[in-house]
Design a protein. Structure first.
Length: 294
């Protein structure tokens, strides 16, 4: 049984089980960030442990659909990034791949034992979506004509909402195969989510002040403002019940039941945690994973 640490104690995981990449790579100046796992008690995150093993770039966590695993981007000693898998019950941490390229943003593919990733492909540094098997590490290109992808979220087994890099950042929809993506919205933030109740895509609209969580019906194109964010924040999560989460500094906020205001749920300052950015929740609502500096 997992032992969670309260605000009086916490632990580092051993680096044992993490295989360091042995090849040369051009190290990027990635910020040192850590992934933390919070246990949710009656809707409030009350206990926390750090699940990333080393003080490098660890980011973009995502739960498996059954809530047993967390996948995240893990920077290696060479500066390359691979995909780590953390099993919650056993506390086992391993790499699911060890490729010659860097991968980011692992996300389970609906109906498959695989995660999708954004792979940075030399020499052109293309950023396209690939599939990586969670059992064997085999990979395959999913959308050869959709790039450069910055962020994304799956809408179904074959369809994806993608954040496309350019002079301004735009929301597109795409499908697995050779087709190009279709433009939807311009000037968006990096967080994309599928609403668990309505099936709409959620994004951050940066054309308004303050920036706002906004929903879009992919078929009709209808947009609806949902919740304003704190100034400068573009990361949020929506949980299984349709409630919104946001981090600011060492604090985590959740929307009220009517989604009309933000309410403080916890302050992790006692852990030395600061600059909380990305958040993701398990499908059953029992866990929240966050990214933060320390």
């Amino acid at each position: 049984m997992k032992v969670f640490r309260t605000l009086n104690s916490w632990k580092y995981l051993s680096v044992a089980g993490i295989l360091m990449a042995g090849m040369e790579a051009n190290a990027q100046e990635l910020p040192a960030t850590q992934v933390w796992l919070c246990k949710i008690d009656h809707g409030i995150p009350k206990e926390i442990i750090r699940i990333s093993a080393v003080d490098r770039y660890n980011n973009q966590p995502m739960f498996s659909p059954d809530g047993k695993f967390i996948y995240f981007t893990a920077e290696q000693e060479s500066g390359q990034t691979d995909i780590a898998e953390y099993e919650i019950i056993s506390e086992h941490l391993r790499l699911i791949n060890n490729s010659a390229e860097s991968e980011y943003s692992p996300t389970p593919i609906p109906g498959q034992e695989a995660v999708s990733v954004i792979r940075v492909e030399p020499p052109e540094q293309l950023q396209r979506l690939w599939s990586i098997s969670t059992s064997g590490g085999e990979s395959s290109l999913l959308m050869p004509n959709v790039e450069p992808v910055g962020y994304y979220t799956w809408m179904g087994p074959e369809s994806v909402a993608v954040f496309i890099l350019g002079e301004s950042f735009s929301l597109h929809k795409a499908v697995v195969g050779d087709q190009p993506s279709e433009f939807l919205v311009d000037n968006i933030g990096r967080t994309l989510r599928l609403h668990p109740v309505t099936g709409e895509i959620l994004f951050v609209d940066k054309t308004v002040a303050p920036w706002s969580i906004t929903s879009i019906d992919i078929e009709s194109g209808t947009q609806t403002k949902v919740m304003p964010l704190f100034p400068g924040i573009e990361d949020f999560e929506v949980d299984h019940a349709g409630r919104y989460w946001m981090g600011s500094g060492s604090k985590i906020y959740r929307s009220n039941e009517a989604n009309t205001r933000w309410e403080l749920t916890v302050d992790f300052q006692a852990f030395g945690i600061d600059n909380i950015t990305r958040l993701t929740s398990s499908a059953d609502g029992n866990f929240l994973a966050i990214v933060a500096g320390r």
